[in-house]
Design a protein around this ligand. Sequence first.
Ligand code: FMN
Length: 285
Amino acid sequence: MQTLSPVIIAAPLAGWSDYGMRSVLVACGAREVWTEMINATALVRGNAKTIAMLKTDRVAGVRYVVQLFGREPADFVTVIESGLLKDYDEVNLNMGCPAPKIIKNHCGCQLMQHLDDARHLIELCAAAVKKTHQALSVKMRLGWDKDIAVKFAQMCVKAGAERLIVHGRLGVDGYRGVADYDGIARVKAAVKVPVIANGDVRDRASYENCLVVTHADGVMVGRALCGAPWKINLDDQVPSYARIVELMQMQKRLHNGNPSDLIKHWLCYQKQIKKYYPEQPLPVL
Ligand SMILES: Cc1cc2nc3c(=O)[nH]c(=O)nc-3n(C[C@H](O)[C@H](O)[C@H](O)COP(=O)(O)O)c2cc1C
């Protein structure tokens, strides 16, 4: 199969991007996969469930990115230097999550309202990854309640971020409306590091439109991959019924997270089967 360039990246999705989904995505041709956001403090404290979220089997040619969030900058440094993240090529800092429980802990997109704190965190992590020879990136939005993306992106790069992933929405907008690709384009024009565009890419047409408008170095795809990991190729090809069932079984076999998360995956796969193969039986969990 012809692989698209610029790269297509599977987005971090809390409750979805577990070891099973990441493995299935790689089996479908993903060249870069991310963990969902992982709490740095829980890793430092040795929380077994959180450490299990790091499980990965490296496949040659695939880039592995671990995303961290947390309240205590020192915990990020401890985790990076601990060796726990050794299977990952890149550490990403979550500065885009707008969920109330994240924001109220001064994490995620809240950092886009506190540039000094964001800068401090990036600088500490940049120094830490130098020692571990990993890359450092930031995943951001356009801002919290107003577009400050260019200023924020320039700050991130100056502080040591080597790549930016920009979701073209404000934090206050959650997932409403449409992603503002012009906003991402302004970031791309303003920094020298690679910029990955994110938001509302779901098929070949939206991928091409996103790249034409943003001039980004790649795109990140999130929700479109739930129950449809083959869309990582954005080639609009639907696999055979047998292949979809095979992917479902693989996801089930490798699932190491909450049982309820597997049910969510399963229901989404079933939705795809109902759409493309309505005459075929729905595999049961
Ligand atoms: C259920 C759900 C969970 C998410 N979890 C994360 C996360 O852990 N880390 C993160 O940076 N973004 C997270 N996001 C945001 C996505 O990575 C992505 O930025 C967003 O969904 C827009 O891309 P899309 O339109 O392709 O879905 C999440 C989004 C959803 C819907």
